[in-house]
Design a protein around this ligand. Sequence first.
Ligand code: ADP
Ligand code: ADP
Length: 237
Amino acid sequence: PKLKMTSTDLNFYYGDFQALHNVNLQFQECQVTALIGPSGCGKSTYLRCLNRMNDLIPISRVEGKIMLDDEDIYDPSLDVVMLRRRVGMVFQKPNPFPKSIFENTAYGLRVNGVKDKAFIQHRVEESLKRAALWEEVKDRLDDTALGLSGGQQQRLCIARALAVEPEVLLMDEPASALDPIATQKIEDLIHELKELYTIIIVTHSMQQAARVSDMTAFFYMGKLIEVGETDTVFTRP
Ligand code: ADP
Ligand code: ADP
């Protein structure tokens, strides 16, 4: 497998509070890495460093280095819009906009200034297919996304992330607001998507990490305390 992203000696501060301590991690293409650990250990903070979402927090500060291929994502000359196109994000709570299913899926393309209608149509269809939602919505693309079930809304949010052809997909507890059947669908989807993307998923569930991930990284109080192949770390005595 090919190396896609790395963090080196990553520290993160909310004001005086240090939320991450010297986190060194590597992510390979076509692999799912699960970030696990108790609530408040820094999983989401770490995830949000990987596409610089934490930049939005005024008093925060980051030290260390994150590389995406051979680019330093904290380099001042880096285009953050381009970064977020390459490193997509799916949140815990499905958050479709109060717009049609089509427009939700096309959202990132519009933000990126894409005008070609046929291209947008093609990307919307392809993304909804990849997110295993197409069959359920193809006859009602102009209906509001808010009429979909929670599980459908989450797959729509995944389609929205995929539409701009990201290379890395960040998922912050993508199934923890869903019922067991919808959760199963998301987990099946992660298995399919990993052939095409580098996936990093935060979960508080060891069972879910064991089901979906190739690598597991354990966080505790802002530190990475162990990382290894999921099959190995969960069977260790
Ligand atoms: P999670 O489900 O990731 O554990 P929380 O419920 O702890 O998230 O936090 C929800 C939101 O509140 C997040 O956006 C997080 O950044 C923010 N948050 C968490 N702790 C604090 C804090 N001590 N001060 C300000 N905001 C916080
Ligand atoms: P996790 O995702 O593992 O639940 P978080 O990354 O959300 O953990 O939080 C790590 C630590 O940082 C916690 O102590 C939390 O309270 C704190 N924190 C998170 N968001 C903020 C924020 N916006 N401002 C201040 N502290 C925060």
